[in-house]
Design a protein around this ligand. Sequence first.
Ligand SMILES: [Zn+2]
Length: 322
Amino acid sequence: MTPSLPTRLADAAESGRVVSRREVLAAVGGAAAVSWSRADARPMADATGDTSVQVRVYSGSLPLRIRLRSAVAGSDGWPPALRDALGAVDDALEQVRDYARERSRLESPDLRVERGGSVRLARSAVQRPSDVVVPSFEAVLDGFHRRLRERDALTGSTCHLLLCWEPLNYRVGYGGTLSPNAHVGDDADGTSGDALTVANVGASERWDSRDVTRNMAIHETLHTFLSADVVEAVGGSPCDHDLGEAVRVDDETLRISPMASAYAGREEIGAGTRFHGTGCYDHSAFHRHGGTEGVENWTYTTDLSEATLEGVTRYLERTAGP
Ligand SMILES: [Zn+2]
């Protein structure tokens, strides 16, 4: 790896998606379709409104020192950072289930989180010479997609979350998604309805904290359950990040929810997450934002904002609708 540290570690992938969203606002995240699950040969939702969606979480290749430490600790091969990331995603979906149930929506939401094992990325068809040193986000996602196809793991209604360990890969940044596999159940272009997303646990662990790792794992997962039209209907802005919130706890402290993570701080090194996201955001359009004036401390909560809960619930209702 090049000794020069990334000058800007951020949502490289999201940047690609969001820039195109800015350019063609309404074109991205368009019609989600009811998709069929190959695994059980039934529609993603039946007439009673049942919703069956999986989030399958995979570990990417881990550095030797991390693997050794996990082995010594007698764990199951997943270091604490990955287990915590997976647990955070599980907790986030639990919040969605509770939110929907309390409002008698999504009658039988079957939102499951499960481990998908370890994956060594396949060589990507989009790989360029420069990708050998620092793989591009496109190459990572393509290699991931190829492995999933090889394993026959695509079901039509699954979010596949790759927890990778690339602390110096500024092209992957904190992670993200890319069209055409950016939304669960969106089979509009015939690509199966599975969504692929990446959370760079190595980056958040190296540059930030375990709290940021948890939040970014949730953040990158929920991108696949939030399309621009649903987000705009809920929050008045098509940007997923604006559904997040940054709440003043005291004069110097902001508490940041998952969708706002990497976007709630000032656009400078260390004002919030170490690196600021490069995707869309507008603090004045956030669900709640207390401002960054005088803020020196940044804390993170895995509690989803109400706007995020509403957005994901609406997305699932529409995706699972008749
Ligand atoms: Zn994002």
